[in-house]
Design a protein around this ligand. Structure first.
Ligand code: SAH
Ligand code: SF4
Length: 364
């Protein structure tokens, strides 16, 4: 009997580091400069078809196409909010799903990307936290989110002036520092000046406080750091950000004080969700400024975004204003984050995919 034609799983080039691309090119017997050309076609020009790689000879393109794809994650849904925020529900090869959100503002456009499907942590105010971890995203899936957004916004080459997508925040689904290796690899690809070229100054990584990885993030990646603080006593933080039981406030704040490259020009952002009657009193505000004393910082007050079954209410506007005033009087910038994309469930803490459920109903 004739053998069935082999269905070879071609590998997507998206997510390969410079070194890996170099190795693949060498394995094909091609000269090293091809790796650089390929890198630029993939990550800077964002081509989706090998035939568009016009500086590469046709037979070489064919060779590449036989072995690789240029596939991005598939957008299973593409939602546009009335305020211009756009959310993509991405479907990965194994049908797991995660979300990416684009938030256009006057002076910048920020892409909020996910690092995991679900989250192992269980912060009580967070919708993602109710979805158990399904898996870490690969570097390719993390970079793929940026590529998909560039595709959708028609913004290749990445380095052209006037791009709408200028900033990246790792504030989507998941705890990025529990997926450090993939996140770090993805960030190096995204920051590469001959590729997507979004500089470390325009990237912010948000963590709930995985202390041992915070220093590494500063030393190895140098991106901006945001800390999901949300409470000023260990007692409350243990309850609402349970990772605090492992790394309490004292250790967390020490790791912030030690964050490499910190200065007034490069401040740490402390995120603080405003939960009515829970963490929003004047006394909390005063304790907050005492806690972060000496750390170049700004405090981002995030009005709580509700989700079905959430056990909290958002603090009133007056309360938020008063809290913010106390923080500002102590010399810190304290912007109140305007909720964006609430109508499409794209705001902070509202992201949740149905990967968990899908997984359960899939026959094993
Ligand atoms: N896991 C990381 C990054 C993702 S969450 C972290 O926790 O930092 C991005 C931010 O939204 C975090 O500060 C998170 O605490 C906050 N957040 C979560 N749920 C929220 C909600 N329902 N309303 C407002 N902010 C929320
Ligand atoms: Fe996970 Fe961050 Fe949500 Fe906490 S706030 S459950 S760490 S995604």
């Amino acid at each position: 009997m004739q053998a069935m034609p082999e269905i070879t799983a071609r590998r997507s080039l998206i997510g390969l580091s410079r070194e890996e691309m170099g190795e693949e090119i060498a394995a094909l017997g091609l000269e090293p400069f091809r790796a650089k050309q390929l890198w630029q076609w993939v990550y800077n020009k964002g081509v989706t078809d090998f035939d568009h790689m016009t500086t590469i000879a046709k037979p070489v393109r064919k060779l590449l196409e036989e072995r690789f794809t240029l596939e991005r994650p598939v957008a299973a849904k593409d939602l546009l909010s009335e305020d211009g925020t756009r959310k993509w529900l991405l479907s990965f090869e194994d049908c797991n799903k995660a979300e990416t959100v684009f938030i256009p503002e006057e002076d910048r456009g920020t892409l909020c990307i996910s690092s995991q499907v679900g989250c192992t942590l269980t912060c009580t105010f967070c919708h993602t936290g109710t979805q158990r971890l399904v898996r870490n995203l690969t570097a390719g899936e993390i970079v793929g989110q940026v590529m998909l957004a560039r595709d959708a916004l028609d913004e290749w080459p990445s380095t052209e002036e006037g791009r709408k997508l200028t900033n990246i925040v790792l504030m989507g689904m998941g705890e990025p520092l529990y997926n450090y290796e993939n996140v770090a690899k993805a960030m190096r690809i995204i920051m590469d000046a001959e590729g997507i070229a979004i500089s470390k100054r325009r990237i912010t990584l948000s963590t709930s406080g995985i202390v041992p990885e915070i220093r590494r993030t500063g030393e190895e990646l140098g991106v901006n750091l945001a800390i999901s603080l949300h409470a000023v006593t260990d007692e409350l933080r243990n309850e609402i950000v349970p990772i605090n039981r492992k790394w309490p406030l004292k250790e967390l704040l020490q790791s912030c004080r030690d964050y490499p490259g910190l200065s007034n020009a490069r401040r740490i952002t402390f995120e603080y969700v405003m939960l009515q009657g829970v963490n929003d009193s004047d006394a909390d505000a005063r304790a907050l400024v005492r806690l972060i004393e000496g750390i170049p910082a700004k405090i981002n007050l995030i009005p709580f975004n509700p989700w079905p079954g959430a056990p909290y209410l958002c603090s009133s506007n007056n309360r938020i204003r008063q809290f913010s005033q106390i923080v500002m009087d102590a010399g810190y910038a304290s912007p109140v984050r305007t909720p964006r994309g609430r109508d499409i469930f794209a705001a902070c803490g509202q992201l949740k995919s149905d990967s968990e459920r899908q997984r359960r109903i899939r026959p094993s």
